[in-house]
Structure formats: structure tokens, C-alpha cells
Design a binder for this molecule. Structure first.
Ligand SMILES: Cc1cc2nc3c(=O)[nH]c(=O)nc-3n(C[C@H](O)[C@H](O)[C@H](O)COP(=O)(O)O)c2cc1C
Length: 374
């Protein structure tokens, strides 16, 4: 790549480059209380050269939790601690959104208030596993309780309240987590949402709750600029499927576009060496529906190399690319892209839980060079 004229490294709208940091759950919040801490502030501050940091998935209410030690945004202590994180990122010139999360049925009663069952669109148990303490051992999910129709508006209110807390905590925006088989995705896809009320059945009904959330978040934020939405239309992990992803997610994208959201963000794949052949047709159709309706940016994600990301923005496939795993061991990722590398490889064993190891211990190229010359 000739980096002097890299489109990937060029600004878009108010973002200094198109190398964004995808949301990454790292399970290092202080327990009990699921409170962000100084170590987390250091981690995000180190990555402030991203065009946008999308902070890790953050539960919006006590019932929204599905993994141990994930930081929430529903208590005063959490909000104050997030303010320290955003202040430190801003002091380094960075920009940071918070990903708003409700896991739905992907949870264990061990993580729920009063050890209740998690809630979901139906009472069908999720096959995925979760960790419930700092041993980080995986446990089966608990059979969920199907939400009653009249409970839905209170979850919408929880999203709005979390949005207000995120704004008060100094975030530059919020991303609604509609991906990866969590609550909003569970309602969106017909493989799991077999409800017979106004939130299930027809496509219009399945999109009702996700779009209520999007409208409420836009209103709570004070406008659509600063609000994004993440989807994973072709992912089928955690046993959430859809019979027609193109139709379902194009309709959702049109609804989100009509709200003039700042961006739509899609997990296209986790492995480009075995890319689902549907990606090439389905993603552009969804993006077109979003933009035709009034949505602004499309953010691509999923196993992109810097060169593939450059090609994606250069060809117009995407406006920016969010990288996940590459940011973990490369805190100065854009600087490394500008020089053509070197890039360190992430170590999966250190992804979830623990301390600085695999988290804040990585040096920038500049620090490495200074160390070499001293
Ligand atoms: C350790 C880890 C934690 C993740 N946490 C989240 C999360 O909190 N929210 C989310 O939407 N996706 C999450 N993902 C998915 C990533 O954002 C991204 O979609 C995925 O890693 C593929 O992109 P990549 O190939 O650039 O890493 C996570 C992935 C990993 C590896």
C-alpha cells in the first residue's frame, strides 16, 4: 500500500481516519458492581488514534448482563467511572462511542438479579455458554423466560436511560448492539422470534422492538448524529438464524436510515478465508437500503487486513472499517498501517478477564524505538 495516499487513513466527516476500533468485550471491570476502572481507562487511552473507538458492549440494566465482569451503564458509580475513561481518551485527541447491550436469553441466572431466569423473546434456551465468575470457565446458559408484551416498553426505556447516562459520562455517541444474537437480534430474526404478539411473526412485527429502541436512543441522545447500530446479518452463531437475511436486514436498515443514523455497522464475517458467498450480494443491498432511506455511513467489519480495508474504502464498499482483534496487541494500529507494519498477533487466551497482560502491556512503535535507542 502506498500510504501517502491511503483513503483508509484519511478523515471522514468528523472522524480523523477510517481505521475504527470495533467493540471488544474484555471482562476486566471491577467486581462487584461491574464498574469501569483505571486499567480500562489506560487501555482505551492507548488506542485513542482510532478514527473512532467503539467501547465494549455495556449492559444497559441489571437484567442485560450475560458475562462476568462486563462494565455496565446503569448505576451512578459506573457512569462516573466511564467519565474517567472518556476524559482520558479525549485528552489524547480520541473519540469514543459506547456500545449499548442487552444480552436477552444469552445469560445465566447466576448473573441475573435475584438469580432469576434471563429474559428473551421466547423461552427457548440458548445453546451458547458463558462465564459467571473470574475462573472464566464456560457454563451453559439458563432457560429464559419469554418477555410479556407489556414489558417491552420498559426495556426501551432502559436503553434511553443508558443513552442519557452515556452522554453524561462524556461519550461522543452510542452504538446500539443489534448484532451477535443478543436481545435485539433475537427479536429481529425469525429463527428465534416465534412470538405471536405485535413483536413477533411478520417482518414488521419483528422489527418493531429494535426500531422502538433506535427511536428512543436517538431521542435520548438528542438527535441521530452520534447514534450507530450494529448488525451481523449472516452470522449464525449462538443458534440465532433468519430464513431471509437480505429481506430482514434491508428492512431494518431502511427503518434505521429513515432515522438518519450516523452509521450502520455490520459484522460481515469472522473469517475471510471462508467468506460466506452471500456477503457480496446481501451487504450491498442492506447498505443501499440504509443510505437510500437517509442513513449516513456504512462501517464494515470482519477479519479485514489493512490492505483489504484500504480496498474496501477505495472501492466504495464501505466508508470506514472497524477492526477488532488487530487493535488488541497494536495500540498504535493506524501508525503501524501508515508504515506498512509490523503488526503483532493477538493472543486469545488473554482476551477475557485478568489484568494488564494481553491488555495494556503493548508498546507503540515509537516506544519500542525509544527503548531501543536508550
Ligand atoms: C475478545 C472479543 C470480544 C468481542 N466483544 C464484542 C462486543 O463487545 N461487541 C460486539 O459487537 N462484538 C464483539 N466482538 C466481535 C468483534 O467486534 C468483531 O466483530 C470480530 O472480532 C471480527 O472482527 P476482527 O476480525 O477485526 O476481529 C468481540 C470479539 C472478540 C475477539
Amino acid at each position: 500500500m502506498t500510504n501517502t495516499d491511503s483513503v483508509l487513513l484519511s478523515p471522514i466527516d468528523s472522524f480523523v481516519n477510517r481505521v475504527w476500533m470495533a467493540p471488544l468485550t474484555r471482562s476486566r471491570a471491577t467486581m462487584p458492581g461491574n464498574v469501569p476502572n483505571d486499567l480500562m481507562a489506560t487501555y482505551y487511552e492507548q488506542r485513542a488514534t482510532a478514527g473512532l473507538i467503539i467501547a465494549e458492549a455495556t449492559p444497559i440494566s441489571p437484567t442485560a448482563h450475560g458475562y462476568y465482569a462486563t462494565p455496565g451503564i446503569h448505576t451512578d458509580a459506573q457512569q462516573e467511572a466511564w467519565k474517567e475513561v472518556t476524559d482520558r481518551v479525549h485528552a489524547k485527541g480520541g473519540k469514543i462511542f459506547l456500545q449499548l447491550w442487552h444480552v436477552g436469553r444469552v445469560s445465566s441466572s447466576a448473573l441475573q438479579p435475584d438469580n432469576q431466569a434471563p429474559v428473551g423473546p421466547t423461552d427457548v434456551i440458548s445453546e451458547s455458554k458463558t462465564y459467571i465468575d473470574d475462573s472464566m470457565e464456560r457454563h451453559p446458559n439458563t432457560k429464559p423466560r419469554a418477555l410479556r408484551s407489556e414489558e417491552i416498553p420498559s426495556i426501551v426505556e432502559d436503553f434511553a436511560a443508558a443513552t442519557k447516562r452515556a452522554k453524561a459520562a462524556g461519550f461522543d455517541g452510542v452504538e446500539i448492539h443489534g448484532a451477535n444474537s443478543y436481545l435485539l437480534d433475537q427479536f429481529t430474526r425469525d429463527g428465534v422470534n416465534t412470538r405471536t404478539d405485535q413483536y413477533g411473526g411478520s417482518l414488521e412485527n419483528r422489527l418493531r422492538f429494535p426500531l422502538m429502541v433506535a427511536r428512543a436512543v436517538v431521542e435520548a441522545w438528542g438527535g441521530p448524529s452520534g447514534v450507530g447500530y450494529r448488525i451481523s446479518p449472516l452470522s449464525e452463531h449462538k443458534d440465532v438464524r433468519d430464513s431471509d437475511p437480505q429481506a430482514t436486514f434491508s428492512a431494518l436498515a431502511a427503518g434505521l436510515g429513515a432515522l438518519n443514523l450516523e452509521y450502520l455497522h455490520a459484522v460481515e464475517t469472522w473469517d475471510r478465508t471462508s467468506l460466506d458467498p452471500r456477503v457480496e450480494a446481501v451487504i450491498p443491498a442492506i447498505v443501499k437500503a440504509f443510505k437510500d432511506a437517509g442513513g449516513k455511513l456504512y462501517i464494515a467489519n470482519g477479519d479485514y487486513s489493512p490492505q483489504q480495508a484500504e480496498d474496501a474504502v477505495d472501492s466504495g464498499w464501505a466508508d470506514a472499517v472497524a477492526f477488532g482483534r488487530p487493535w488488541i496487541p497494536n495500540p498504535d494500529f493506524p501508525a503501524r498501517i501508515a508504515l506498512g507494519g509490523p503488526f503483532r498477533e493477538p493472543v486469545p487466551e488473554t482476551f477475557y478477564g485478568g489484568g494488564p497482560e494481553g491488555y495494556t502491556e503493548f508498546q507503540t512503535l515509537k516506544q519500542e524505538q525509544e527503548a531501543a535507542h536508550s
